[in-house]
Design a protein around this ligand. Sequence first.
Ligand code: HT7
Ligand code: ZN
Length: 882
Amino acid sequence: PKEIFLKDYKLTDYYFHTVDLSFLLGEEKTTVSAKISVVPRVDGVASPLVFDGVDLKLISVKINGNELKEDEFQVGPRHLILTSPPSGNFILETVTEILPHKNTSLEGLYKSSGNFCTQCEAEGFRKITFYQDRPDIMAKYTCRIEANKSLYPVLLSNGNLIEQGDLEGGNHFALWEDPFKKPCYLFALVAGQLESQDDTFTTCSGRKVALKIWTPPQDLPKAEHAMYSLKAAMKWDENVFGREYDLDIFNIVSVPDFLGAMENKSLNIFNSALVLASPETATDADYAAILGVTGHEYFHNWTGNRVTCRDWFQLSLKEGLTVFRDQEFSSDMGSRTVKRIGDVSRLRTRQFPQDAGPMAHSVRPHSYIKMDNFYTATVYEKGAEVVRMYKTLLGSQGFRKGTDLYFERHDGQAVTCEDFFAAMRDANHADFANFLLWYSQAGTPIVKVTSSYNAEARTFSLKFSQTVPPTPGQPVKEPMFIPVAAGLLDSSGKDMPLSSIYHDGKLESVTCCGQPVHTTVLRVTKGEEEFTFPDVPGKPIPSLLRGYSAPIRLQSDLTDEDLFFLLAHDSDEFNRWEAGQILARKLMLSQVVNFQKSSPLVLDPQFVHGIKCILLDSSLDKEFIAKAITLPGESEIMDMMEVADPDAVHAVRKFIRKQLASQLRHEFLNLVKENRSSEKYVFDHTNMARRALKNTALGYLASLEDEEMTELVLHEYKTATNMTDQFSALAAIAQKAGKARDDALADFYNQWQHDYLVVNKWFALQSSSDIPGNVENLYKLLGHQAFDLKNPDKVFSLIGGFRASHVNFHATDGSGYKFLGEVVLQLDKLNPQVASGMVTAFSRWKRYDETRQNLAKAQLEMIVSVNGLSKNVYEIASKSLA
Ligand code: HT7
Ligand code: ZN
């Protein structure tokens, strides 16, 4: 397959001014008529014009009203080429036929549970009609939809509804007009039996916007939280970024067969799991995801839609920025620290491994075979960290000046990451040194820092050295610009006031409005660099990388004693959590060594004491406590090992959890009792935090596996009044194989079998289970009546969930690898995007021992040898083998 390179970007010879689409939706086929006004970029030049088109049957093609003769165009499986178009502006009209009911790829126009819907990002529009399917072609659209009225009473597209009516033969039509020019990936159409929950939002300039959330009729009551989230997002974007909504209507449609959610102009389409919620059926995590994703898609209206990407290599321009915006939104709606902890954990578990593996790529990739494979944690999450670093360097006001300038300069344009960088720089007259390397260099920088205190000179120095590991195609790296937010704690745990710093032979002031600060941002830009704080009265404990100010791996010379001190005192709550995590990682790694030597495992009493202090500190936020007492995940520990050993890491994590539960049994029991839910479910931070703490404590207690605790967990399961508590209790019971587990899982399915979203949780809980030999159970679940390989959510739950159980997926008999290999091939025939998402689980096979390596490699080789494999799966599998 052909690889596409960023360096080969070229403007097209033609652009499009207006696009008028007309759809006749039928049960057997859909007819799409497109009328495009074409403008040559250079007048008088008449080079061939190439349109993308996949799985389209061309019925007719006309230029300026005249049917083209056979020698005036060529049509193939992926293109339509006008060989000698007119030299000036002209109107192209095509008629094509497509088969939405046969389209299982979930891109282009397809049917989702009986309703028509579209997904055009990244390159799905070419499955609808012939077009120059790339984001720098921006045009104004109208869309006429005609369909049977009783089967498809609701007909939606982008922009404003300007006409509708009934037609002969039971059909009806709707005509939509979008006044904003847009790239085709933002085109959307929905037709079906839907009802809407309606509300309004009055914008800051006093315009009333109609808000509609469309769902199948039975789901309508579950759209309330999504509506709340949408209104909150609209208000927040006005307050924080000064961005007002620009049309009179905003629609969200909830469909069950959809990959994630999509920001189509004024017609967002969401997977139902990201819209529907009720206290009985959705967990706090679901509620939080709905808030975040609703915000994310809405925020795209400015960051992505009004200002879009020049080409797909610039994806992070819209996605990194919009993830940053949704993270900030969720922070402002709940707890900033807890949100940051969650986001950093996600980065570490999802992005770091990618940055260290065969698919490592920069935030702006240099090449791709299939763009869909680059909707990655690197582009999204690391991209968001890059945006966050601008804010860290410029402060809130400087950052806002930068975004204001960005929107002012580029509204209505398709631009690049450099344009965003330039707006930030120019609005602040800032010196960003080599900051742009964050877009082009892959790999997670490793920063080492050592500290020294000179009592005589009263100075405290920090010496940094950085390296960026080699990644595929980038063997040698340059030093990056790393903002390190730092503070110094005195012996009582208070922040020392900071006024100046020696750096590069100069004394620089770090005051703010003439006042000393408690946190300053060190600009680390070289391979080796030193910063010295003057006038430090006693040896401080440094708190470094506060708030996780850069996406790096920091290795400091802090002792365990220093870390316990930070855990107890740091004014930066993120770093309090971080200190606990570093201690836990050290502890876990030391016990992994013991496990591998068959020596007894031991738990450091100081660690237990540190956890106990956190548990009993009533001044702390309860969700923060829940996070602080949660051990780093198995993948994080494996990531730090020379050769990843899933069995050892699993055994150690289990051992420490059980020890903590046993030694802090009394405290955990009290937490469960004190934090039980009342009847009414409330979605706010206080209540979510209470539930998080109770359920984390319950999970610990269940790990004891004694009769009393089994009784307790069963009691919590039976008396739960909301899904958060019920599912947490079920997960706690399911830790241990046996009758209690089997009965509870059967009971849960019986209760919820009518609700596919809850059943998906039930699948995920079982597939991600660490109980020995669980792969057998997976084969059974594949054949379960509620499972369907065509539905991506079910696949993510059952197959995606399985990858989370390291012990079972990496079983040394190869059964886990074999299972995944078989499923990937079946999936590839139905939906290559979903299949390639699953095959990534193999990509880090070289991190394991020889037995596992051979087994995983054999599956990858088997996959790439298959005839007719999709480009999506081929790209991941072949790069993994390289
Ligand atoms: N911008 C959207 C991307 C998206 C997507 C990409 C590939 C395949 C399916 C997809 N569904 C949605 C979603 C977002 O990040 O906002
Ligand atoms: Zn997005």
